[in-house]
Each structure stands twice: as structure tokens, then as C-alpha cells.
Design a binder for this molecule. Structure first.
Ligand code: C2O
Length: 535
């Protein structure tokens, strides 16, 4: 294995989209940011230097960070932010992972512009478990606001209202031909007939689960969240924010220009956020005046497409890449996951949106939980996060839900080293039913089951897939339904678990697991590095 060095300088950059220019926070002046390339088992060193006026942290989304929790990145969970003028050297190894992931800022809403791809190639001499592509391409889906995103966050936190939705969805930073203002710079994938392309598609949007389609071409999904899957063909990909999908595309149309489209999914909440991000796939030597072949855009509430996609995903589970699903369960947890409304005297309308897991709205501490845990500092967090809802949960959608009340707290759930967890995430839809991409730091988990309505332990548990469930780091909890995951707590540290819709995270849809050290060698978290930022 090799050592890979990167310099990430966080700087402002004036950027023009939709006919207006604003300074945005970027890494190295790029939007999207630079790609981090490495091979499985490589050691990656990224020196992050903060040259803006905001506090910054970078999270390596989906990187397991085995015993390197100090480098995970979420602000106030594993580290204090890197303050203006300071730097921090992230140092981690890509143990046993291969495929596509992303990195992004993990403080406030900075990740709207501070994000990029992580490409983990197989070890030298190790082939892909699918036909070798001729070329590879990174496709990052995102959002663009004309307003300053910090102002948008302020709106979300201070008024408690749903914030302004973004003005456009983007493909590799560009909205494409959605208006006269944006045609320039539309993303174009140039292809040659008869060649195959490995598309590494990343959803880096803040607040939208997205569909992705290319007119006239099917895609063969081969990997998600840096874990191989049984290949399957589809004309539509579905990705929640933080999720990645790697797919093979065969260019077999000979000639022409085809629309690439990314559009949001939102199945029950009325939304105005329906602008499609667009780009083109274009065969070499195609005449410039040839019209674009269009594709049907999935309707915003295309729930069945999302279920079909979720159910098509299976771990490859081959001899080389077995699915190591925990078959016994030490902790059986049920988390309700949703958004509600709490009274607020100072707010517009006298109420504000809050979000909670098991009726607990997470309060961000002002110092890092991991440090408080490591040094035994009292008063930063408590380890009494409830393993089941505080208020018994019955979701029928006919009566007024009983669990509007949430309480604030900085609570973590404690796990012994190497214990196994089965976690059922139940969308509780206090305010409005909505699908949530739930993301766990520090682990890959297995998605063993999903369903609609209330989770029924007697009935549903029998149907769990313990053979080849898909392995991921972010999973969509279906609207008015549930998802069940399993993982082994083999990574000592403090691991954030939250909704990856940034507006919900802001409202408190987050908690953390604390995994204790084990007894053996290589079973405990080493001391923090000397340059760990201080609060
Ligand atoms: Cu991609 Cu905690 O985030």
C-alpha cells in the first residue's frame, strides 16, 4: 500500500451560476472540490488549511476510520472545528473498502459547496468483480442557491420554518439548460461508441434525495457506498444525500446527444423544489446541431421507483467479498425518526420545527464528545440515549400522534466493543410523512429489512435478509415506514448517526453511538494527535 498526500486549502471563490455571482467556500478554489484518489489499504494524509472566516471541518463520508475516530470530521462530535488561519492533518487508512465515496465539510451548511469525490481503486493487481471499463467518470449531483447558504441556515434555525429550497440541482457543479442563464457550462459526458464507462455517481445535495437518468441508456449498478453489489440493470438510479452508486454504461447508440437528468424525490410533502438538473451524454463526432434525445423525468412522488431500486440492491456476497452479516444481536434498538413542531415563544407563528430520534432532540455540545469521552470530562454528554421511544409509538396516521413532545439533550448510546446491534429506524412522521436518508459514521451496516407502516417485530423480523443484504453507510427510511440495519460495534470511538437532509440535522435529527475500547491489542482508540483543533 502507498501513502497519498493531499493539500486542501479552504478558500473563497467568486462563482457564477444562474446569472449571478457570489463568493462560495471551496477547497482549492474548485466547485465541486478535488477528487481524492487512492487504492484499498492506502494511507491518506490530507492537510486541511482554513483560509476563510468560517470554522471548518472535513468528513470522509463512508470511510470507516477504524481506530482513527479523531479524523472522522463531524464538528463537536469527534473534533473541534479548524478555526480561521489554522490547519489539521487528517490521517487515515482505507482498510477493506473499495469503490466510490465522498468527502464534505461537516459544520453548518458548508457542505453545499465544500464537497468532492473519494475514489478507492482495488489493490494493485486485483481486478474488479465486473468487466473492466474503458474509462471512468465522476458525476457529482448537488444543489445551488442564489442566496448565501448561511442565510438559508439562519432561516431554518431561527424562524423554524422550512428554509428556502435551492434554486437549481446541479451535475458536476452546473444546473445545465434549465434557464437561459445556465446553459453555459452544462456538464457533458463525451463518449465513444462501443466503449464502456464506469460512472461514479455521488449525491452531494444538502436536502434532496435524487433520481438520475440518462436518455436511451441503461445502467448496470455494480457498487454502492464502497461495497460491491450483485450487478443489476436499471434506467433510473436513486440516491439519498451522502449515498454513492457506481454503474457501468455501455455506449452503443453510435451517434447523438442524450439528456442526463437529475430530479428530486419527495413523496408526500408538497414541494416547489422540482427543478431538474441537466447535462448531456454526447457521442464523439456528433453534429453540433443535432437535437437532444430527451428522457422522461420520474414524477417527484415516484415512490415505487425508490422501493424497486432499494429492493434490487444485494451484497455481492462472493467468496472474495463475503457479506459478514451479524447473525446474533446484543442490542435490539428501535428508533423513531422524524420532524415535529414544538411551541416557541419567540418564533414566527409561535412554533418551530424540531426533529427528534426517540423523542430526543440532539443538542450540539460546544466541545467535542470524543475528547470529553477520552479524557473523562463530565458535563458534556450523558450516555442514557433511549433504546426505544420515550413515548410509546403508534403510527396509524388517523389519530393525532402522541409523540409531538420532544426533549433536548446531548445523549449517546453506549456499546461494548464488538457487540452487535440491530436497529430498526421507524419513520414517525409527526409533522408530515417524509423519507429520510439515515447515515451512520464509522461503520458499514447491513440493510436487513424494510417495510411500510409500523414495524411489527413478530412478523417482520422473520423476513429479514441475513444472507446478502446490501452493505452501506446511508439508508433511506421509507415514508411512513421503517428500515432495519445490523452492524458490529468493532470501532471504538464516538460515531454520529443522523438524517443526511441537512435541514433535519439542523433541527436535531441526530444522536451518537459511543463504542467502548476492547481489551485486546488493536481494540482501543489511540490518543488524539497533537494538532487536534481546540475549541
Ligand atoms: Cu455525510 Cu455526518 O455526514
Amino acid at each position: 500500500s502507498d501513502i497519498r498526500h493531499y493539500n486542501f486549502t479552504v478558500v473563497l471563490k467568486n462563482t457564477t451560476r444562474l446569472c449571478s455571482t457570489k463568493p462560495i467556500v471551496t477547497v482549492n478554489g474548485k466547485f465541486p472540490g478535488p477528487t481524492l484518489y487512492a487504492r484499498e489499504d492506502d494511507n491518506v494524509l490530507v492537510n486541511v488549511v482554513n483560509h476563510v472566516k468560517h470554522n471548518v471541518t472535513i468528513h470522509w463520508h463512508g470511510v470507516r476510520q477504524l481506530r482513527t475516530g479523531w479524523y472522522d470530521g463531524p464538528a463537536y462530535i469527534t473534533q473541534c472545528p479548524i478555526q480561521p488561519g489554522q490547519n489539521y492533518l487528517y490521517n487515515f487508512t482505507l482498510t477493506g473498502q473499495r469503490g466510490t465515496l465522498l468527502w464534505h465539510a461537516h459544520i453548518s451548511w458548508l457542505r453545499s459547496t465544500v464537497h468532492g469525490a473519494i475514489v478507492i481503486l482495488p489493490k494493485k493487481g486485483v481486478p474488479y468483480p465486473f468487466p473492466k471499463p474503458d474509462k471512468q467518470e465522476i458525476i457529482i449531483l448537488g444543489e445551488w442557491w442564489k442566496a448565501d447558504t448561511e442565510a438559508v441556515v439562519k432561516e431554518a434555525t431561527e424562524t423554524g420554518l422550512a428554509p428556502n429550497v435551492s434554486d437549481a440541482h446541479t451535475i458536476n457543479g452546473y444546473p445545465g439548460p434549465v434557464s437561459i442563464c445556465s446553459s453555459e457550462g452544462a456538464y457533458t459526458l463525451h463518449v465513444e461508441n462501443h466503449k464502456t464507462y464506469l460512472l461514479r455517481v455521488i449525491n452531494a445535495a444538502l436536502n434532496d434525495e435524487l433520481f438520475f437518468k440518462i436518455a436511451g441508456h441503461d445502467l448496470t449498478v455494480v457498487e454502492v457506498d464502497a461495497a460491491y453489489v450483485k450487478p443489476f440493470k436499471t434506467d433510473t438510479l436513486f440516491l439519498g444525500p451522502g449515498q454513492t452508486t457506481t454503474a457501468l454504461l455501455t455506449a452503443d447508440r453510435g451517434i447523438g446527444k442524450y439528456l442526463i437528468a437529475t430530479s428530486p424525490f419527495m413523496d408526500t410533502v408538497v414541494t416547489v423544489d422540482t427543478v431538474t438538473g441537466m447535462g448531456y451524454l454526447r457521442y464523439n463526432h456528433t453534429h453540433p446541431l443535432i437535437p437532444t434525445i430527451m428522457t422522461s423525468i420520474p414524477p417527484v412522488n415516484a415512490t415505487s421507483l425508490t422501493s424497486v431500486f432499494a429492493e434490487s440492491l444485494r451484497s455481492l456476497n462472493s467468496k472474495e467479498y463475503p457479506a459478514k452479516v451479524p447473525l446474533t444481536v446484543d442490542h435490539s434498538l428501535l428508533f423513531t425518526f422524524g420532524v415535529g413542531i414544538n411551541p416557541c415563544a419567540t418564533c414566527f407563528n409561535g412554533s418551530r420545527a424540531v426533529a427528534a430520534i426517540n423523542n430526543v432532540t440532539f443538542d450540539m455540545p460546544t466541545t467535542a464528545i470524543l475528547e470529553a469521552h477520552y479524557y473523562g470530562t463530565k458535563g458534556v454528554f450523558t450516555d442514557d440515549f433511549p433504546g426505544k421511544p420515550l413515548i410509546p409509538f403508534d403510527y396509524t396516521r388517523t389519530t393525532t400522534p402522541s409523540n409531538l413532545q420532544t426533549m433536548n439533550g446531548t445523549r449517546v448510546y453506549r456499546l461494548a466493543y464488538n457487540s452487535t446491534v440491530e436497529l430498526v429506524i421507524q419513520g414517525n412522521s409527526i409533522l408530515a410523512p417524509e423519507s429520510h436518508p439515515a447515515h451512520l459514521h464509522g461503520f458499514n451496516f447491513f440493510a436487513v429489512g424494510r417495510g411500510l407502516g409500523n414495524y411489527n417485530p413478530e412478523k417482520d423480523r422473520k423476513k429479514f435478509n441475513l444472507v446478502d443484504p446490501v452493505e452501506r453507510n446511508t439508508i433511506s427510511v421509507p415514508t411512513a415506514g421503517w428500515t432495519a440495519i445490523r452492524f458490529r460495534a468493532d470501532n471504538p470511538g464516538v460515531w454520529f448517526f443522523h438524517c443526511h437532509l441537512e435541514v433535519h440535522t439542523t433541527w436535531g435529527l441526530k444522536m451518537a453511538f459511543l463504542v467502548e475500547n476492547g481489551e485486546g491489542p488493536n481494540e482501543s482508540l489511540p490518543p488524539p494527535p497533537s494538532d487536534l483543533p481546540q475549541c
